[in-house]
Design a protein around this ligand. Structure first.
Ligand SMILES: Nc1ncnc2c1ncn2[C@@H]1O[C@H](COP(=O)(O)OP(=O)(O)OP(=O)(O)O)[C@@H](O)[C@H]1O
Length: 250
């Protein structure tokens, strides 16, 4: 039996005045798949992610999550259904520790009052799952460090820990490697490799080493349209993709 895709996008269109930012996108993300979305600057990747997250309303087309039409669902309701967008908008509280941030996400997931945050780190029912998430992201030894004192790459890792603690199971990762140094990128790639197989991930990324290391499938967007979807090897070999995006050196 074929599994219902976590995410299914069909015939999506979005114009900004004269610019057709999304001009016919079809895409599906399978359960537990890492699906990379690549394309040249201005191809419409961020606009597509914003429509999936519910921050921009499409003009035409449909977005299904777990078979349910979410095209016009509010962003917070999508988040409640397990969708999380990371790395463009930082959701961290800079004056609180890494552990506090994750514990608050656990607390929110349990539907408990956010105002009790001060107790979060002392409450074992919040602290234990929060520590487990930090550990998963390689941040166990940074639990008591304030977010404002964490390195850039560590904040990215913490954002993932917060999203997962809040119950996200379908992750929209918008350029996780952007602004990271070589070592930090390798570390983020290793973390995403560990998440692979447990979550559905739509990954927008310009770092092709990371894309080809992580992705089960890759969709290439050009001028707002889906040019091709295939395995990393198929994408590497595709003549139009090479011409449109990867260039001769690919
Ligand atoms: N709010 C907006 N108003 C007008 N035009 C927009 C808006 N947002 C995006 N665009 C235009 O839509 C097109 C797609 O932009 P988008 O940012 O989605 O591309 P992208 O593939 O994410 O690019 P990059 O790789 O550079 O981040 C571009 O031509 C951009 O200028």
């Amino acid at each position: 039996m074929t599994e219902i895709p976590r995410l299914q996008i069909s015939g999506l269109h979005k114009r900004f005045g004269a610019v057709a930012a999304t001009a016919g996108v079809d895409l599906d993300v399978r359960p537990r798949e890492v699906h990379a979305l690549i394309g040249p600057n201005g191809a419409g990747k961020t606009t597509l992610i914003s429509q999936i997250a519910g921050e921009i309303l499409p003009d035409e087309g449909r977005i299904l999550m777990d078979g349910r039409d979410i095209t016009r669902m509010a962003a917070h309701a999508r988040a409640g259904a397990g969708l999380a967008r990371s790395f463009q908008i930082t959701q961290l509280f800079p004056d609180f520790t890494a552990l506090d941030n994750v514990a608050m996400a656990v607390q929110a997931r349990q539907g408990r009052n956010w105002n009790l945050w001060g107790r979060a780190r002392r409450d074992l029912s919040l602290r234990d799952p929060a520590m487990a998430r930090l550990d998963e992201m390689g941040l166990a030894d940074r639990a008591d460090i304030r977010v404002s004192d964490l390195a850039h790459g560590e904040c990215r890792q913490l954002e993932l820990a917060v999203a997962l603690a809040a119950g996200a199971s379908l992750l929209l990762l918008d350029e996780p490697m952007a602004g990271l140094g070589h070592e930090e990128s390798l570390q983020m790639t290793a973390i995403l490799e560990r998440l692979k197989g447990s979550y559905a991930i739509l990954l927008v990324e310009h770092d092709m080493d990371a894309v080809f290391a992580l992705a089960d499938r890759v969709t290439v967007l050009v001028y707002g349209r889906t040019l091709f979807t295939g395995t990393p090897d198929e994408v590497r070999a595709h003549p139009e993709v090479r011409a449109a995006y990867l260039g001769d050196g690919a």
